[in-house]
Structure formats: C-alpha cells, structure tokens
Design a protein around this ligand. Sequence first.
Ligand code: F6R
Length: 249
Amino acid sequence: MKKTYGNITVCIYETYDEMSEHAAAFFADEIKRAPGSVLGFATGSTPVGMYRALAGMNKQGEIDFSRVRATFNLDEYYPINKTDAQSYYYFMADNLFDHINIDRSVIHIPNGQAADPAAEAKSYEQQIAAAGGIDLQLLGIGANGHIGFNEPGECFISDTHVVTLTPSTIDANSRFFDSPEAVPKQALTMGIKTIMSAKKILLVCASESKAGILRDAVTGDITPKLPASILKLHADVTVMTDAAAGKYL
Ligand code: F6R
C-alpha cells in the first residue's frame, strides 16, 4: 500500500521480508540508473534483511557495486575499535561489504578510533562534500525518533559531530552488548544538514514498537524533539515499513 504525506511517500508491506526486498530493489534501481552513485548506509536491526537481499542480488549478477563512487555510513560509536564486533565498521563488513563486489577503498565510516573525534567529524563532512554529496541515503528511526545518532534535543545540529548518547539510546542498543555499561557513551554522526543534503532518502522501519514514533515523525509537527520529523522538509523521501510499524499510517 502506497500513501503520501506531503513530500513523503510511505510504502507499507505486509512483512519485514517483503519490506526488505523492496528496499533492496530501491537501492538496486539507483545503482542501475547511476552505477557511479554515492550511497549512504545505516546500521541497526532494520536494514539487515535489505543488506541480505542486496548481497543475494549481487551474487546472482543482478547488480554491480564495482563502479560505486563512494559509500558513507551515518555513524559510528566513539570510542570503539574496528575489530570490535559491536562496531558499525564490523557490522557493515559482516552484513554487506564482505558479500558484494565493492572496491574497499570507496567505503567511508566515521573512525571510532580517531585520536581527535572533532577533527574526524570535520574531515568526514569534507569527504562527503568532495565526493559530490550523497545520492541515496538509507535511514532507520530510533525508538526516540533519532536519525543517525541525532538525538532529541532543543535544536537541530547541522554537520557531522560528536554526540553523547541518551540513556534511551544506550538502553536500546545495549541488546548488542554484554551490558548497558559496555555501550560507548559517545558517537560520531552525520548531522541533520548532512542527512538533509542527500539527494534522495529511504527510511526503513519495522515492528510495532516503532508505530507511534513513525506516525508522529510523518504526520506531526517538525521539532528537534523528534529529529526524524525534519524529513518532512526534504523533497524526496520514501519510507518503507512493515504492516506493524505502519499501522497508524
Ligand atoms: C544506525 C543509526 C540509527 C538506527 C536506529 C534504528 O546507523 O544511525 O539511527 O537507524 O537506531 O535502529 P534499529 O534498526 O536497530 O531499530
């Protein structure tokens, strides 16, 4: 089922697997249309099925990642080692990059081991600009409405920056760690302006626990208290959800 809310197109699929197949096809179409695209990726539970589908399409010869100009991930914990199984660096290799024919040198993920995280954030922003900006950015949405690690607050922060994670995000992400105490307290994240500068955005969302926040983001007021609400100001946003997360839309 397809619906529009202002500039946002919402596609609701019965199951998570169906949503994942369509999200993968959306990325595949972009790569077929423009093989030298700059792609923005996200981590988290939601895109795992989409990455699996993309890897399958690549294996079948349906899509070719070899000419992708650059990829930029939204965020990374700070501090964290690349070899740490909880790092987003590790996640991307494990879920996507190890399974597709992409040139490793075009992959960018904020460096969770940087000595100077503020300098790393600045350099990351410059690298995105040098690549000509992001053509298609994938997003998830946090239980508190965050996109990337742009947490609810009093104002929108524009560029890639260092952020202190909120207790609710630490709690939500502790499922991947041994304990909440083991979750890094900070992260490097693209800012709201970085995300909004992407030419096209695909947000994937699944499970009933996200239904309320997704409805508020898509139909409510634009406020930094719900960072994803800013997407209403973007000209080209597609939201794909399973039926459970889309039940109020
Ligand atoms: C991940 C990211 C986060 C997640 C969000 C949803 O790179 O930036 O904003 O997209 O926390 O995560 P899941 O999909 O695990 O519910």
